[in-house]
Write a protein that binds this ligand. Structure first.
Ligand code: TZP
Ligand code: MG
Length: 209
């Protein structure tokens, strides 16, 4: 599955009850999310696997890569398109030993140095942030928008750089003006009164409409 597209949406069980995860995935996909991740901090692995098996076919139908957060083994068991790991989740080689060469593997990065290191290591894409402090990733300072242009120019010329953290429809123009090409938006989409309409709004802003 090719890694293209500018809007990476996440079904985050911090905002969506497990029983509503499939509905949320459908709404995000209907609006035109380009990639979809399941993020389920603190949930049982079996539950994450079960939900992944429900969401994967929806993504396939939409032609959208499905990425599992944190669990390479679950990604392999369910046959997802990718897996996303953090700074503390070991090396790319360690993940590749589990998932093989074909799967998309992304890394969270929190500084330009980490972004360059992830590119050098061979990750397929990076998350870069949090740009702004966000309850979705509590306890991490915002890294600001000052370095986006440099990271986008250097790393983003090779692999997609997804800016993340505190991005909302109302500050998206500011983030795009700062050089962002691709974004992850979690809470602003999941808590919108109309999730699909919110995704469409973001897609339209990203395409410059
Ligand atoms: N990694 C860095 S910030 C973040 C993650 C998973 C959360 C982004 O969520 P939100 O709600 O869009 O700020
Ligand atoms: Mg992780």
């Amino acid at each position: 599955m090719k890694l293209t597209g500018q809007l990476y949406a996440i079904v985050d069980l911090g905002y969506v009850k497990p029983e509503n995860a499939v509905t949320a995935a459908k709404a995000l996909l209907a609006g035109g999310a380009d990639l979809l991740q399941l993020r389920a901090k603190g949930h049982a692995e079996q539950d994450i696997e079960d939900l992944s098996r429900m969401i994967l076919p929806l993504c396939r139908e939409a032609g959208v890569p499905f990425i599992v957060n944190d669990y390479p083994e679950i990604a392999v068991r369910v046959g997802s398109d990718g897996v996303h790991i953090g700074q503390d989740d070991g090396s790319l080689a360690g993940v590749r030993a589990i998932v093989g060469e074909q799967m998309i593997v992304g890394r969270s990065t929190h500084s330009p140095e980490q972004a360059k290191a992830a590119l050098a290591e061979g990750f397929d894409y990076i998350g870069f942030g949090p740009l702004f402090p966000t309850p979705t990733k509590a306890g991490r300072p915002g890294i600001g928008i000052e370095n986006i242009i440099a990271v986008q120019a250097e790393v983003g010329s090779q692999i997609p750089v997804f800016c993340i953290g505190g991005i909302k429809r109302d500050n998206l123009p500011q983030v795009l003006s700062a050089g962002a090409k691709n974004v992850v938006i979690v809470s602003d989409l999941l808590t919108a009164p109309g999730v699909t309409a919110a995704v469409r709004e973001v897609k339209s802003a990203l395409s410059g409409d």
